[in-house]
Design a protein around this ligand. Structure first.
Ligand code: 13P
Ligand code: SF4
Length: 303
């Protein structure tokens, strides 16, 4: 407890008093990650929410993560610390978009990235995260896939599963999409010895230069295990902070100075304290929404 500040100590007290399970995504501030019961990528978060024993689950992440937890654990109370922490990429796709794509490609399986609204999961065949996308794309029957909403992750998966034909939606993550090939080339010139690990939400012109491509948790594992002493990171800034703290002897750089998900940063310690104290903000979904979205999420977890 000695290493924690007063606000962190208050959060830990509240967590115990309420018997809450606090799950944090790697992009929320490190100070929040440090008081969570588990820090996860999107796939681990969904699995932990589905297996939770506690009656109260707090999702330190954006709205689709909270809704995903509610779908997988409908009998539990699921709270989000910030009401306005949404994911702009998730908001780029609608159920109507999926229906239009289905009408154009009636034989295709609809694979939806977990960064999508519950209503879109409800009209999709299978969900995926960045760490499970290749495995799921390779295992689904048929040879046509509609992938929504991330055009960059979709293009990456398509390049790795060439036996299937992919139809991509036009969505993208504004945080990862901002990185340009020029940024990577400049960073590589500045740090010629560095290995480069990137998230597949980046543009193909960026991903092309990577030594490793993976989800947030996979990038952390790569950085932990590589013998390289210098690592360039192509994902959100909190991953860089986390690695710099964990490996002070390694040189860890971000590939660009502007790699922040503003929505994840809304999950402050103050917001988490208020969330636990006031039991706000409850994720509310109807039974119909839950059962419609559940199929694609269950399928993701079981593959
Ligand atoms: P992962 O945690 O699955 O790598 O996803 C990254 C992301 O952008 C979450 O919103
Ligand atoms: Fe959405 Fe991108 Fe932020 Fe993840 S990093 S929550 S995909 S905007």
């Amino acid at each position: 407890m000695d290493d924690f500040n007063d606000l962190q100590k208050r959060v830990i007290e509240l967590k115990r008093a309420k018997n809450a399970l606090v799950l944090a995504h790697y992009y929320v501030p490190l100070e929040v990650q440090d008081v969570a019961d588990a820090v996860c990528d999107s796939f681990a978060m969904a699995k932990k929410a589905a297996a939770a024993k506690e009656d109260l689950i707090v999702i330190c992440g954006v709205r689709f993560m909270g809704e995903g937890a509610k779908v997988l654990s409908p009998e539990k109370t699921v709270l989000l610390p910030a009401l306005d922490a949404g994911c702009p990429m998730a908001n780029m796709v609608t159920p109507e978009d999926v229906q239009e794509l289905r009408a154009l490609h009636p034989e295709a399986t609809v694979m939806c990235y977990v960064n999508s609204p519950t209503e879109v999961k409800a009209v999709s065949d299978v969900c995926c995260t960045s760490s499970s996308a290749l495995r799921i794309a390779g295992s689904i029957p048929g040879d046509e896939v509609i992938f929504v909403p991330d055009k960059h992750l979709g293009a990456y998966v398509a390049s790795k599963v060439p036996e299937k034909k992919f139809y991509l939606h036009e969505g993208y993550c504004p945080t990862h999409h901002r990185v340009r090939e020029e940024d990577v080339l400049a960073a590589k010139r500045a740090h010629p010895e560095a290995v480069f690990a990137v998230h597949p939400e980046c543009d193909e012109s960026v991903v092309r230069h990577a030594d490793f491509v993976g989800s947030t948790a996979e990038i952390l594992d790569f950085a932990r295990n590589t013998p390289a002493r210098e690592i360039l990171i192509g994902t959100e800034s909190e991953i860089v902070r986390r690695l710099q703290r964990e490996f002070p002897e390694k040189r860890i750089y971000s590939v660009t100075g502007a790699f922040t998900c503003v929505n994840m940063k809304k999950i402050t310690l103050e917001a988490l304290r208020d969330c636990l104290e006031l039991e706000q903000y409850k994720v509310e979904l109807t039974g119909e929404q839950i059962s419609a979205a559940r199929r694609s999420l269950d399928r993701m977890i079981s593959i």
